[in-house]
Design a protein around this ligand. Structure first.
Ligand code: FAD
Length: 471
């Protein structure tokens, strides 16, 4: 039987995996391989939280393959050289993979495909992670979308759910050599990720389980509850989606099967959020410099405050003195995740009140989020900073106190992550510096004042904005 390499990357699942399916359909013995090549991601090599997730996800994928009679081959080094070495060792006639869309990897993959084909190897790439290819949708003028609503309106007219791809119960064995998972050195030496695993189960089974939990629970009322950080009101599927442990089509199929009059609005609302993910890949493809550069060039002359390492450290460590901001950054450190509403608030505080460049925040998220994703993270930061597509205008500045009162009205989220405020009256937990005696008595270790005065920070941000020509 001929063999084919199935090159796993951001598609760490067996079900509904187009590259694996294509290899099997062509009658090959699949040789599943993962090549660890972080240097090929340019300045966005995966951060520590991503790596520790990846470690567990690769272990899960290998276990799933072994349960079917195959196994995962691990390699590290230069992707093209490793593929070539494996072709030479196994005599593979074909290489199949699912596409990645990061600016650093797209041209590299195109070169690999061309050079493999020149040797007579059947090299095929598939779409295993998006509902639409980033280049599929265009405005009436034929250009990229910069506004989500018309993008999604167009997308919905073309949404045809494909049938799931079949996977046999057993896979043929191969005898390709692998390095050990430990050799990839993906886990942090200081074990700071210990607490993560109370919250997460990386791998395909964990992804399916998270989807089931969501459908049975938070999906009911998703549209209202997704903004409330004091409860599990969302699917928590983002790291699973990032690593391709589940595909958006698998999610959409399961949700469609749940439709009923009472659930339609929540299901549509959820699929719309998946639409934001699609939109972020559309933007990253058409504006590949945006991980580092403003999408809106007007902000190139914006006067960010001078770098301030001690203030930045206070923000990173959740010591700003603004409870909702500190709660979010502490949740991130403890779990590798932060609620979307709180991501917006901590990002806004950094870019507007502190007037620090959004890249400082994007880099911190990149290293600490288990769902760190170049397309989503770039869009999220540029959206909040007001520098991106369809962005919140810079002059609209979230007030973290009133936002917390609105979205965390009983201060439950704040209290969970900033427990030193727990004995303050609930009302005082949103802006504790306004009741200094109570703060000193109940939480002497908490900052007495915010690192930036909210009114002064807001005024300075608006002044800087006006200098760029804004109203
Ligand atoms: P749910 O509400 O259950 O949503 C389902 C899925 O839809 C998510 O898993 C995600 O894939 C997608 N989605 C939801 N909201 C958004 C959004 N606003 N933009 C793009 N896709 C979305 N998301 C990441 O996956 N990786 C990131 O690195 C990332 N960085 C962000 C940075 C900032 C500053 C902001 C404001 C948002 C960022 N997001 C990022 C988007 C969003 O916060 C997360 O996708 C969401 O919180 C994940 O939780 P969930 O899976 O429970 O979401």
């Amino acid at each position: 039987m001929s063999s084919a390499l199935v090159w796993f990357r951001r598609d760490l699942r067996l079900q509904d995996n187009p590259a694996l399916h294509a290899a099997l359909e062509a009658g090959h013995t699949p040789v599943p391989v993962y090549i660890h090549a972080p240097h090929e991601e340019g300045s966005w090599a995966p951060g520590e939280a991503s790596n520790t997730w990846l470690h567990r996800s690769l272990a899960a994928l290998d276990a799933d393959l072994q349960a079917r009679g195959s196994s995962l081959v691990l390699r590290q080094g230069d992707s093209q050289a490793e593929l070539q070495a494996l072709i030479d060792e196994t005599g593979a006639e074909a290489v199949y993979w699912n596409r990645k869309y990061e600016p650093a990897t797209q041209p590299r993959d195109a070169t690999i495909k061309r050079e493999l084909r020149e040797q007579g190897i059947d090299a095929q790439s598939c779409n295993g992670s998006l509902m639409f290819e980033p280049w599929d949708l265009a405005t009436q003028q034929g250009g990229p979308y910069k506004v989500f609503t018309p993008y999604w309106r167009n997308a919905l007219t073309r949404l045809h759910i494909p049938a799931p791809l079949k996977l046999p119960d057993t896979l043929p064995a191969h005898d390709a050599r692998s390095v050990s998972l430990a050799e990839l050195k993906l886990t942090p030496t200081l074990n700071w990720d210990q607490q993560f695993w109370e919250h997460w189960q990386p791998g395909e089974a964990g992804a399916q389980e998270a989807l089931t939990v969501f459908i049975d629970g938070a999906l009911n009322g998703y549209r209202q509850q997704r903004d409330l950080p004091d409860r599990v009101g969302t699917s928590l599927l983002s790291p699973h989606l990032h690593f391709g442990e589940i595909s958006p089509w698998q999610i959409v199929r399961r949700l469609e099967a749940e439709r009923s009059a009472g659930r339609d609005a929540d299901i549509d609302g959820y699929i719309r959020e998946l639409g934001w993910r699609e939109f972020s890949y559309h933007l990253l493809h058409h504006f590949p410099k945006t991980p580092e550069h403003n999408l809106n060039p007007r902000f190139d002359s914006f006067q960010w405050a001078r770098d301030n390492p001690s203030q930045l450290a206070a923000w990173q460590q959740g010591r700003t003195g603004i409870p909702i901001v500190d709660a979010g950054l502490r949740e991130l450190w403890a779990t590798g995740y932060m609620h979307n509403r709180v991501r917006m608030l901590v990002a806004s505080f950094l870019c507007k009140h502190m007037r620090q460049h959004w890249l400082h925040g994007a880099r911190w998220f990149w290293d600490t989020l288990v769902d760190a994703d170049l397309a989503n993270n770039t869009m999220g930061w540029q959206w909040v900073a007001g520098t991106g597509a369809d962005a919140a205008p810079y002059f609209r500045i979230f007030n973290p106190v009133t936002q917390a009162q609105k979205f965390d009205p009983n201060a439950r989220y704040i209290t969970r992550w900033v427990p030193e405020l727990a004995t303050l009256p609930v009302k005082a937990r949103f802006a504790p510096w306004q009741t200094p005696d109570l703060l000193a008595q109940h939480a002497p270790s908490y900052p007495a004042l915010p690192i930036v005065d909210l009114a002064a920070g807001r005024d300075a941000a608006l002044t800087a904005y006006r200098r760029t020509g804004g109203e």
